[in-house]
Write a protein that binds this ligand. Structure first.
Ligand code: KG4
Ligand code: ZN
Length: 353
């Protein structure tokens, strides 16, 4: 079967077409196209405005659809998967409306998909055009750390589609904190890659001058929750009290901020792995591309148990894309979670897993 997937939950307009050779135990997936149109318009504002994102999605979705169909050589589509939440509702509605119109025109069902579930499935594609998901592999229980611009969650997964959120942020998401601190340092949006670049230059230097120290919020709390707004404020006060922001000082702030975020994320994730006796760790979402997070998790996990498998998405799939929505959509479809041609989909900004 062929699934066309649509993702418009934030500031990327994405459509992917995937051909699936069905199998109960080992479905195989062939990527026919995977188009991502990013909205650079937000860069100048340091964040995403929902109504502006909606306008850009409306402008982009037609051309992105045409490009996805052209690349896939205009196949016959069997179902349309679409992100219905969580995300920015005005942006989500653009994808949903497009999906429903297409479903009517082609006489095929729609499949509502949770964006966060998509991020969990984003680790399956490798760098090639085809991949299989072996359902017999003993990967459960697994822990998934989902870290993006809108979410920070630790999810316990007992089987395909059996999710339990065991920890989440009480205020800012990890990616959001990266973006806000980047803005304080005069760096463009999205801030994660910029902070990471500065932090890396500082990591390569021999320590000099006084060191910057920021707190690790909630690191010793008994739960799996996070809080990043206090850390953000600590950076704000530090900048206010230290006058001239030289390039060197910016790099030091970036490094210590990245260390603080990564320390907390890793500490809580490892704790969740130990308590659930997880066999696998899946990291997803934009922040999963952070190299310091990747290296630290790898090193810490090795110390806990070398047999625990660690998976990150390839770089282009760490941020939002519709390929992950197509994969999650296929599992939904097999679970009969489809909408008939006449029933309506609804955007849900805070949809839970
Ligand atoms: O998953 P995503 O594309 O969109 C949401 O669903 O939010 O994540 C985007 C977030 C942004 O906040 C961006 O700054 C962050 O991911 N990000 C990073 C890195 N690359 C992207 N954060 C830290 N380090 C990175 N290398
Ligand atoms: Zn996302």
């Amino acid at each position: 079967m062929k699934i066309l997937a649509i993702e418009t939950s934030c500031d990327d307009t994405c459509i992917s077409i995937v051909e699936i050779k069905e199998s109960k135990t080992k479905p195989s997936f062939k990527i026919l196209s995977n188009i991502v149109q990013s909205q650079d318009i937000h860069n100048q504002y340091g964040g995403v405005f929902p109504m502006m994102a909606k306008r850009e999605h409306i402008k982009n979705i037609g051309p992105v659809y045409k490009e996805a169909m052209r690349k896939a050589k205009h196949p016959k589509i069997d179902a349309i998967a679409v992100t219905v939440g969580p995300g920015l509702e005005p942006a989500l509605w653009v994808g949903i409306t497009f999906a429903e119109e297409l479903s009517k025109e082609l006489g095929i069902p729609t499949i509502p998909v949770n964006h966060m579930e998509g991020h969990i499935f984003s680790i399956f594609p490798n760098k090639t055009k085809s991949f299989v998901i072996d359902k017999k592999k003993k990967i459960f229980p697994l822990i998934s750390l989902l870290v993006s611009g809108g979410h920070t969650e630790i999810v316990l997964v007992k089987d395909f589609q059996k999710y339990k959120i065991i920890g989440s942020t009480r205020d800012d998401a990890a990616g959001e904190a990266f973006d806000k601190v980047a803005r304080m340092l005069g760096l463009p949006y999205p801030g994660g890659p910029e902070i990471s670049r500065l932090a890396k230059t500082e990591r390569e230097c021999v320590a000099s001058g006084s060191e910057v120290v920021f707190p690790r919020p909630m690191i010793h709390s008994k739960d799996y929750d996070f809080s990043f707004s206090g850390l953000k404020t600590a950076v704000l006060y530090y900048i206010r009290d230290h006058g001239l922001l030289t390039e060197k000082l910016k790099s030091k702030i970036a490094k210590e901020f990245e260390n603080a975020v990564v320390d907390v994320l890793v500490h809580k994730t490892i704790k969740a792995i130990k308590s659930s006796k997880a066999k696998t760790l899946i990291v997803g979402g934009g922040v999963s591309a952070n190299s310091h997070l990747q290296q630290t998790l790898k090193a810490k996990l090795k110390k806990v148990d070398e047999s625990i498998k660690l998976h990150f998405p390839t770089k282009n799939l760490s941020t939002d894309n519709a390929l992950m929505i197509a994969i999650a959509g296929y599992f939904q479809y097999k679970n009969k979670k489809v909408k008939s041609k006449s029933s309506k989909l609804k955007a849900c900004g805070n949809l839970a897993l």
